[in-house]
Design a protein. Structure first.
Length: 310
């Protein structure tokens, strides 16, 4: 450590910095402001006295000062997850517990082992990436940083998102009475005839049993995922449990997963139903065979019949 005598100004008698400070401060209050030279000199000496006092408190050993510097980065964030929307990917993760945590940096890449680019920072544990293209796959990683600028490594999970189109308040009608407006084609986002080659499902009222159904053809699959609050509640396609009958009872408030004949995933949620029609929200993954939303089956597991019949 250095001593006080080593730090005082040359050609200045050694006195206690406190006394020096109060003496010069008093002089500054009575000196004529017209004597600018003496005023500026005393002002400079007051600042010097303050600096000397601070050295007495913290010392002037560089090693001691460096030893108090925090160069430890925060822990690597975990629990990273994504959900997809139309033109966006929503990313969330678990909160870090460091007391000096300042925020998180969000990175993306086009491959898990590729180069990650910073796309944004946030103090919360969620981020929405709106600079995406529907059908493209984006990998995400999160890094935490503290107030000293220390940044953690990127999160380790293999997490990606694929934005996809969606629609709301769409209607189709009972195919017995309105056959030309009973089906829906997800690939064109349009209402089609129930027997159109692009039809992915259609609405069917069974008058003999007074029951309502959602029907798919033999080269497609459907599964009732149960009651949901919103269509976004279902983020992954089921691995099993597809209806062998190729239909599902239509129930308001239920969400249904549909596997189309051209290997795409879709889902619909029934919002309302009458004797003639249903109103539903939908989402469609236009990236074929996307495993995040739809597991890939072997050809032997799927009956590819293009002569669709009920």
């Amino acid at each position: 450590h250095c001593t006080l005598k080593d730090t005082v100004l040359p050609h200045t008698p050694y006195i206690l910095p406190q006394k020096l400070f109060f003496y010069m401060a008093r002089r500054l209050t009575i000196i004529s402001k017209h004597n600018l030279l003496e005023y500026k000199m005393l002002q400079r000496l007051v600042l010097t006295a303050v600096f000397i006092s601070s050295l007495l408190l913290v010392g002037c050993d560089e090693n001691s000062m460096l030893s108090n510097y925090d160069n430890r980065p925060p822990a690597v964030p975990s629990g990273v997850a994504t959900s997809n929307g139309d033109g966006y990917v929503y990313i969330s993760w678990s909160a870090n517990r460091e007391t000096d945590l300042a925020g998180y940096n969000v990175y993306y890449s086009t491959s898990y082992d590729g180069k990650y680019t910073l796309i944004g920072s946030t103090a919360s544990t969620r981020y929405t990436d709106r600079e995406v293209t529907n059908g493209d796959k984006y990998y995400y990683a999160i890094a935490a940083y503290d107030y000293n600028g220390n940044e953690s490594e990127l999160s380790y999970e293999n997490v990606y998102g694929v934005a996809r189109p969606e629609g709301y308040n769409q209607s189709v009608f009972d195919y017995h009475r309105f056959p030309s407006n009973a089906g829906y084609d997800f690939s064109t986002y349009s209402v089609v005839a129930y027997n159109n080659t692009g039809c992915d499902f259609f609405f069917d009222k069974d008058t003999s049993m007074n029951q309502y159904y959602l029907d798919v053809y033999k080269d497609s699959d459907i599964k009732d995922m149960g009651t949901t609050i919103d269509i976004t509640d279902i983020t992954f396609a089921p691995v099993s449990g597809w209806a062998s009958s190729k239909d599902a009872v239509c129930i308001v408030g239920h969400t249904y997963v549909i596997w189309t004949n051209d290997n795409h995933f879709a889902k619909i949620r029934i919002k309302s139903m009458t004797a003639d029609r249903i109103v539903f929200d939908w989402a469609y993954q236009n990236r074929p065979g996307e495993e995040m939303l739809k597991p890939v089956k072997n050809d032997t597991q799927r009956i590819m019949e293009f002569n669709k019949i009920r």
